[in-house]
Ligand binder design. Structure first.
Ligand SMILES: Nc1nc2c(ncn2[C@@H]2O[C@H](COP(=O)(O)OP(=O)(O)OP(=O)(O)O)[C@@H](O)[C@H]2O)c(=O)[nH]1
Ligand SMILES: [Mg+2]
Length: 349
């Protein structure tokens, strides 16, 4: 009789051990949802996570090289179009020459080739000429991405036949995400599934499918875009859109258990911009001095205002520059936080 009881006890013990093992391995699988308005830096955060996990294959690097050429082609096209539309001072012969240059860049992309020396020289002259520099200054009015200048300045490296994009090149590439991109990586012994969503308005319908199951949600807002308008609606200020979206998403209905993280991204551009662009002009509620410190404090508060106190306690906010490798330190901290939060939830700590 005693034997039977002991056997039963051992069976229960084994069962408990097994279920604990299961729980432990389940904990090592974490999913992170990346959301936020268009162009705020979500895919850039994902690229940094990829870099932390060993980077890219040779084939992927070849693809990135083509994307850089494609960016150079489309950025050149946008700059020249601005010059022509706004009657900036450029003679007809130059306009013609640069139109041919843009066609040649397009051909480069289409043929998967590299840039001939002569073409690279023309691109350099194009970039440095006064009307193009003036058009670049006005870039936020026609949604030319800030990274454009970086590629023009690195043309001598990019034109080389054996050019291999570095992580710094890769994080500067601009390709708007359409749909949802999922990347499964192993980081810090955790199987991390990162779900990167397109942020423009027409992309957001797809977000809701992922709201129930994720362990963490990372909302990325570009703090530097306080004076800019949306690509998809020229009447709406980008910071207002980010705030509205944030308050809709974190209204208490969703993410009741997930760890919630806010990145106030593009802090590098923000620090530069506040030197010349008034915050109050675009956000009349702002009463501080026009400094990065006061501005960041104000926007941080705007994101937290009106949120439920329980939510505020669960929210982790970081000011970030996603193109800097330093952001990897913050990403590490975020992953630790996510794991801790989920261990707490399952009663493991
Ligand atoms: N200077 C600077 N540029 C950044 C930063 N973060 C992202 N970028 C650049 O901003 C551009 C847009 O970044 P993405 O990561 O493509 O933005 P996204 O949020 O994924 O955009 P969608 O896919 O359209 O929703 C890229 O060219 C990046 O190089 C940052 O912190 N500082
Ligand atoms: Mg993206």
């Amino acid at each position: 009789m005693q034997d039977e009881a002991l056997k039963e006890q051992a069976r229960i013990h084994r069962q408990i051990e097994k279920s604990l093992e299961k729980k432990k391995s389940a904990l090592l699988e974490q999913s992170v949802l990346l959301i936020g308005p268009g162009e705020s830096g979500k895919s850039t955060v994902l690229k940094q996570i990829r870099a932390m996990c060993g980077g890219y294959t040779k084939h992927e690097l070849e693809e990135k090289k083509l994307l850089i050429l494609r960016n150079l082609w489309t950025f050149s096209d946008m700059l020249l179009e601005y010059v022509i539309k706004n009657y900036l001072d450029m003679n007809e012969a130059d306009k013609k020459k640069y139109k041919v240059m843009i066609e040649e860049l397009k051909f480069c992309v289409m043929s998967g080739g590299h840039m001939a020396d002569e073409l690279a020289e023309t691109v350099k002259v194009f970039w440095l000429c006064a009307p193009i520099q003036e058009a670049y200054e006005k870039r936020s009015t026609y949604h030319l991405t800030d990274s454009a200048g970086y590629f023009f300045e690195n043309i001598d490296r990019i034109k080389m036949p054996d050019f291999q994009p570095t992580n710094q090149d890769i994080v500067r590439i601009r390709v708007p995400t359409t749909g949802v991109v999922t990347a499964d990586v192993i980081l810090k012994n955790i199987k991390l599934s990162v779900i990167d969503c397109g942020g423009q308005r027409q992309e957001r319908r797809k977000w809701y499918h992922y709201f129930d199951d994720v362990h963490a949600v990372l909302f990325v807002a570009a703090i530097s875009e306080y004076d800019q308008k949306l690509v998809e609606d020229e009447t709406v200020n980008r910071m207002d859109e980010a705030l509205n979206l944030y308050h809709i998403v974190f209204n208490g209905k969703y993410f009741t258990k997930a760890a919630c993280i806010l990145f106030l991204n593009k802090i590098d551009l923000f620090r530069e911009k506040v030197k010349s662009v008034s915050i109050k002009k675009f956000h009349p509620g702002f009463e501080g001095t026009n400094t990065a410190e006061d501005g960041a404090k104000y926007f941080r508060r705007k994101f937290r205002d009106g949120m439920h106190p329980d939510f505020k306690k669960r929210l982790y906010c970081h000011e970030t520059c996603a193109i800097s490798d330093q952001v990897q330190i913050i990403i590490n901290t975020v992953i630790d936080t996510v794991v801790q939060e989920n261990l707490k939830d399952t009663g493991m700590i």
